[in-house]
Design a protein around this ligand. Structure first.
Ligand code: SAM
Length: 221
């Protein structure tokens, strides 16, 4: 659960560094009105995604787990004119809200939202002969993280950046006997990363308005 100081500090960071943005605020309120779960990244995390994409100069982005497209919009805004983002979402209701939000943000032309199970979508992308991505954001159902990591590698080239969200889970990832499939998915994700010579990675613990969690950041060698 978020603690009061963490929330206040996130609010302070937003006030200082993240200018008031009517489009993004409308997206968040549309998501709440449509009863989407509040699992969007925080504003400061969205800005971090955007900065990483700018630093990388990414032209092709893959996102696994769209929800209402809040993180999608932060990322797509960092793309150059000829850039493209493919985002995958299982839930048709989430996807419908996300598509409306992308229209509202003027990004529907740059973002391809594909509805259906991400594993099936990833196999389809492969069958379509999709080009490698420069930046891959893994943020869907955590039990499938090990599969998503394998797909991320399949769609990578040297220099591709892979970011996986929610890999700390209030420290629950330490519990090797956890009955929580999300914790086990994340633990296997770490094990695969540990054995994978093609990825150099770290994980960073974070606190803030979303509580105590963290993200994995890696680069394909
Ligand atoms: N990236 C979003 C953001 O920060 O605004 C949040 C994504 S939310 C944490 C996870 C999303 O993954 C949910 O919308 C959920 O419906 C979707 N999801 C869950 N299982 C999935 C699957 N098998 N394939 C595709 N999407 C899935």
């Amino acid at each position: 659960q978020p603690n009061e100081t963490w929330e206040k500090v996130d609010h302070y960071i937003e006030q200082q560094l993240i200018p008031h943005d009517p489009d993004l605020e409308r997206v968040l309120s549309a998501n709440r009105m449509a009863a989407l779960p509040p699992y969007d990244v925080s504003p400061s995390q969205g800005k971090l995604l955007q900065l990483l994409i700018q630093m990388k100069g990414a032209k092709r982005i893959l996102e696994i787990g769209t929800l209402g497209a809040y993180s999608t919009i932060w990322m797509a805004r960092a793309l150059p004119a000829d850039g493209r983002l493919v985002t995958l979402e299982l839930d048709p209701h989430h996807a419908e809200i996300a598509q409306a939000n992308l229209q509202l943000a003027g990004l529907a032309g740059k973002v391809e939202l594909r509805v259906g199970d991400a594993l099936a979508q990833l196999a389809e992308l492969e069958a379509e002969g999709t080009q490698p991505f420069d930046f891959i954001f893994i943020d869907a159902d955590k039990p499938n993280n090990p599969h998503y990591l394998k797909w991320a590698l399949a769609f990578s080239q040297p220099g591709t950046v892979i970011l996986g969200d929610n890999v700390i889970r209030e420290g629950e990832i330490l519990r090797e006997d956890s009955a929580d499939a999300r914790v086990q998915g994340v633990r296997t994700f770490y094990e695969l990363l540990a054995q994978e010579p093609r990825i150099s990675a770290t994980a960073i613990q974070t606190v803030g308005s979303k509580g105590y969690d963290g993200f994995m950041l890696g680069i394909v060698i």
